[in-house]
Design a protein around this ligand. Sequence first.
Ligand code: PMP
Ligand code: GLN
Length: 378
Amino acid sequence: FPSRLPQVGTTIFSTMSALAQQHQAVNLGQGFPDFGCDPRLLHAVTDAMQAGHNQYAPMPGIAALRQAVSDKMQALYGRRYNADSEITVTAGATQGILTAILACTQPGDEVIVLDPCYDSYVPNIELAGATAVRVPLTPGSFAPDFAKIAAALTPRTRLLIINTPHNPSATVWSDAQMRQLEDLLAPTNVLLLSDEVYEHMVFDGQPHQSVARFPGLAARAFIVSSFGKTYHVTGWKVGTIAAPAALMAEFRKVHQFNVFSVNTPMQAALASYMADPAPYLELPAFYQRKRDLFLHGLQATRLKPLPTRGTYFQCVDISAVTDLPEADFCRWLVQEIGVAAIPLSAFYGDGFDQQVVRFCFAKEDATLLAALERLKKL
Ligand code: PMP
Ligand code: GLN
């Protein structure tokens, strides 16, 4: 039968993790921590299971978890989302993104993404029968180019997807950029999907500019979060989505027939764990230290680091080391040097190659030091 996604193969993340395993490489490719989560969170899961939280959760998620997320967004971003009607628990950000796209687009609609972008967006748009319109971020700085976004808007534009802090470039949108976006969208009916899974990983004392802070954006936006990133449990696949009630009603129509609900004991555990804000408030300092450790080590290599303002990714320019395209370099690096990285070309529609690759520094210090030792050989 005809493929729904004829252009799509295996994701770069699966491919690189498999190669890393095959070559016993240090895996700084796929983004996930190699350290454990807070033992209190693990105890909360077993407590929840023992207490009998093992049957279907309510379709939108456990009420206490939705309330905890609402309270956190109010405290951090100053906007109150109604826990009953404006927050839904999802099976990771991935499901939230797909469900939001399915809920708000029709065949023939256009959805703008900013290249480079996370690799699930465009296949999700295609599954919805909509058309992806790729607008490049500014080469070099990865800043949004508002003139280019404005030029891409048409009467058929239904949705714009943004992502800050940004995977893969590790840039963070400023207050001024968010306001520019707010002004740009003000005269339109375009909806916004804001992927904020790295909301608690912003460095150097900067705030995370959540769409929730900007009324003109929040009124038209789905905001995506992921507990996997925040609490070092990417394998749990639990996230949330926040949106005004009218948008959320449409989201839930799809969600109820997509997953119906998300696993119960993890939700119960997360609800009780969220009572303590320390784990997410301490996350910027935790990851900033790892960023700095890795950056310091890179000075002894010929790789040229790009600025990391947020996320747990460090991009490097490889042009002093090789003439190879990024993807070929990454294959060589994992095989010959024993370090896995991700080529940025995987995040572009046309495979644009700028000789930049991405390392993940959500790793034990010993892992980072082992990788750096190998990278010195370049
Ligand atoms: N969006 C971005 C930008 C990501 O980096 C990731 C994690 N790879 C996701 C979404 C998916 O998050 P989750 O693991 O919660 O599905
Ligand atoms: N978000 C992770 C990354 O960018 C990968 C998640 C996945 O493997 N799908 O590395």
